[in-house]
Design a protein around this ligand. Structure first.
Ligand code: GLN
Length: 552
């Protein structure tokens, strides 16, 4: 088993996650068995309790682990599902070490960062690689080299390099910033030099430098970085922003990254197969038709809070050849401002994502009402699905004070209520209904036609659900339950008299991939296009390529 470690210097937010994902894809395209692990040097055990405003979206895996959003990038680039053990946090490592200490596993020794914490990190990394059957494990170290938090991890990686047999089996890729400054726009390499020096001071010598920045590096600048940082010029890679993140792997390939890594790690030389990937980029670039989708959220200042949804739209563009322009609606503004409401009436499709808490909910309920009454194609996800249910109760069943008991514990009509299996919510970590769950779809429903199958697996993250005591009244009024869990929970509802109105309790955005866009997102885009162009599009236009996780 070999390792490729990606570290970051100068500033955070340089796109290490995309670099790591791209390197993984580059090796996979050469037929290597690869996997990816993210190290997050924070004390939280997992991302489940973290505010999306600080770290972006919480990504959910098949096994129900709530993880850093970079795991989503890895899954999308690899087209594979990863387990939660591939997100190592300081919290997880310390928890494991302390549990071992309490059990007496350390036989009376003083428990220390070196060797016990570093030992645990190495064990977790090896274990992740082994259980995935990987020939190469990519490891992304969150944060910036020099942070106190990341020290034990970098030390563990330094030790691991020795243990796996040195440079031949482990390469370090350092991502840095080359800013362009001054009136003449000069690219500056000094921050890169400093950051590489910082890395060397902890005993790690980089094998490749990924220079992020606005401009392509000239051969002279590459030579300069090569000289000062002591990496070969062919291993200084220029990575300016690309049209989409999916353009990055081929941009890296064009600078010989795949061949260099193959040589450096003495991997078998094979030609890379980019056929399907290029097809995606080609269709993406040629998109001429366009739809406008209204996205009604509450974290709209930070687009990373909804990263997987936005990626799912990119996947649609690269497969359907339709450009999706996302229009952001702050749910709170929507409630108050008639001009914003009018703007929402003019979009071609509406999406309400998941969420928690009371802020913005009345605006989201209004958005669902606009979609329903104006025949605008609609997809409600998790909280969006629950609020579309509340809207239906209030405005179709005339249960005026209906609500979710999460949002109004005293509502006389709790049409959405706490899951009956709930064992108490005092511990907020991992206590929701999480991860991949089986969903049974009704024959000949819209959702069945979209998936092309009766049984699916989708990822969940919720505490509340549609209250079964209202179901009879709902269905009589036209709320069609077309997806349920094997034990009868409502998973999907649709409105048969509407061109496209779907609510799903689960999170389709987590399973959309560039090579297989999610059928529900594709369905929304297709319906939006039909509305915009005033035509009905044929079913064949929806790609029937569900990801492995969806398939029963
Ligand atoms: N807050 C809702 C629940 O707990 C919805 C959760 C979500 O959208 N992920 O059920």
């Amino acid at each position: 088993m070999k390792f490729v470690v990606v570290t970051g210097g100068v500033i955070s937010g340089l796109g290490k996650g995309i670099t790591t994902s791209s390197l993984a894809r580059i090796l996979k395209s050469r037929g290597m068995a690869v996997t990816v692990v993210k190290i997050d040097p924070y004390l939280n055990v997992d991302a489940g309790t973290m505010n999306p405003y600080q770290h972006g979206e919480v990504f959910v895996l098949d096994d129900g682990m709530e993880v850093d959003l970079d795991l989503g990038n890895y899954e999308r680039f690899l087209g594979e599902s990863l387990p939660g053990s591939h997100n190592i946090t300081t919290g997880k490592v310390y928890r494991a070490v302390i549990e071992k200490e309490r059990r007496g596993d350390y036989l009376g020794n003083t428990v220390q960062i070196i060797p016990h914490v570093t030992g645990e990190v190495k064990r977790m990394l090896r274990e992740a690689g082994q259980s995935a059957g990987a020939e190469v494990v990519l490891v992304e170290v969150g944060g910036t080299v020099g942070d106190i938090e990341s020290m034990p991890f970098l030390e563990a990686l330094r030790e691991l390099q020795q243990e796996v047999g040195g440079k031949e089996n482990m390469a370090f890729v350092h991502t840095t910033l080359v800013p362009v400054v001054g009136a003449v726009g000069e690219a500056k390499t000094k921050p890169t030099q400093h950051s590489v020096r910082e890395l060397r001071s902890i005993g790690i010598a980089p094998d490749m430098v990924m220079a992020r920045g606005p401009a392509l590096l000239t051969p002279e600048l590459k030579a300069k970085i090569s000289l000062f940082c002591d990496v070969p010029a062919e291993a200084v890679i220029s990575v300016p922003d690309q049209v989409t993140v999916y353009h990055v792997p081929l941009h890296l390939e064009s600078q010989g990254v795949g061949d260099y890594l193959t040589k450096r790690l003495k991997l078998p030389t094979r030609t890379a197969d980019w056929t399907r990937w290029r097809q995606f980029l080609d269709t993406y670039g040629k998109a001429t038709r366009e739809v406008h989708v209204g996205f009604v959220g509450k974290y709209i200042q930070l687009k990373d809070a909804y990263l997987s949804h936005l990626e799912a739209f990119h996947h649609c563009q690269g497969n359907l050849g339709v450009k999706i322009s996302v229009e952001w609606f702050d749910a709170e503004d929507l409630r108050k401002d008639p001009a914003t409401q009018q703007r929402l009436r003019e979009v071609d499709g509406i999406l309400i994502p998941g969420g928690y808490g009371v802020r913005g909910i009345e605006g989201k309920i209004l958005a669902a009402e606009i979609a329903r009454t104006q025949n605008i194609p609609f997809l409600g996800i998790c909280l969006g699905f629950q609020l579309a249910t509340v809207e239906f109760a209030r405005n179709v069943l005339q249960l005026k004070d209906a609500n979710s008991s999460e949002l109004d514990p005293h509502t006389p009509h709790p049409v959405v209520t706490l899951l009956d299996t709930q064992e108490g919510v005092a511990n907020l970590g991992g206590t929701q209904r999480l991860g991949s769950q089986r969903v049974l779809l009704t024959e000949d429903s819209q959702v069945h036609r979209l998936y092309g199958r009766r049984e699916i697996f989708e990822r969940h993250r919720h505490r509340f659900e549609v209250n079964p005591t209202y179901l009879e009244r709902f269905t009589k009024a036209g709320y069609a339950v077309t997806g349920t869990s094997p034990d009868g929970r409502v998973e999907v509802f649709e409105l048969p008299d509407h061109p496209f109105f779907l609510g799903v309790q689960y999170h389709p955005e987590f399973l959309s991939r560039p090579e297989s866009p999610h059928p529900l997102f594709a369905g929304l885009v297709r319906a939006a296009l039909a509305r915009r162009e005033g035509v009905s599009t044929s079913k064949e236009e929806v790609p029937r390529v569900p990801t492995p996780s969806i398939v029963a």
